[in-house]
Design a protein around this ligand. Structure first.
Ligand code: B16
Ligand code: MG
Length: 213
């Protein structure tokens, strides 16, 4: 019996990937770093610091790159990113999400946010969906990021719903892996090649309906 839906944010509720990519590109130019062409896809669901570490490694910079410098770079990237997302409005909600949230609400299903983004709550405010969510996991308190199941397990706990009564919705391979590892029913939004590990794959958020579970 379905009692809770655990949502990823970027790529499921709204498309912030393009803004993340713009902000990383700006930072890369500032520090004369190269970005691989597929970086936008590969950084999906990966935390800010881990994303920076991946970019640095691909530029052959030492793994132990000065911690303080990385922290400064993360702040700079986020300041730039926040300027971009400050313009977001309810028009940025992905198709089908609002009716799906309403359908879930009517069926008394609890709703949680399991996003790696520390800007999750701010973005939900901007797009007018904050009040639809019963809980938001604070990603700064996590020990491990996706693909570790911690974020989804925590989200279910915060809602007080057993894992077997939850479904998790993700657009990233690392996120689907995290949902599966938590023992939660996984729904992947996007390409069935990239998300082949998902138990249910839908081409877009438009197909989200309660009767598919
Ligand atoms: P922030 P999700 C993830 O969101 C993004 O996909 C990823 O690209 C980003 O680095 C991460 O959030 C952290 O975001 O810099 O805002 O804390 O897909 O887990 O909702
Ligand atoms: Mg995502």
């Amino acid at each position: 019996l379905l009692k809770a839906i655990l949502f990823d944010l970027d790529g499921v509720i709204t498309d912030t990937a393009a803004y993340h990519f713009k902000a990383w590109s700006w930072l890369a130019e500032k520090y004369q770093l190269q970005l691989e062409p597929d970086v936008e896809t590969r950084l999906k669901g990966i935390s800010r610091l881990d994303s920076l570490k991946i970019i640095l490694q691909e530029n052959d910079l030492p793994v132990g790159y000065a911690e303080e410098k990385m922290e400064k770079m993360c702040i700079e990237k986020n300041d730039y990113y926040k300027k971009l997302i400050s313009m977001m409005t309810p028009q940025d909600i992905l198709p089908g999400i609002e009716p799906f949230l309403k359908e879930a609400r009517r069926a008394d299903i609890r709703i949680g946010l399991a996003s790696a983004s520390q800007n999750g709550s701010y973005i939900l405010d901007k797009i007018g969906l904050r009040s639809c969510f019963d809980t938001i996991v604070d990603p700064s308190l996590l020990i491990k990021g996706k693909p570790d199941p911690e974020i989804f397990i925590k989200c279910a706990h915060q809602l007080g719903v057993p894992l077997e009564n939850c479904v998790g919705i993700e657009d990233a391979a690392a996120g689907v892996e995290a949902i599966n590892a938590a023992g939660i029913l996984s729904v992947g939004i996007g390409s069935d090649i990239e998300l082949k590990a998902a138990q249910i794959i839908l081409p877009s958020t438009q197909q989200l309906k309660l009767n598919i579970f």
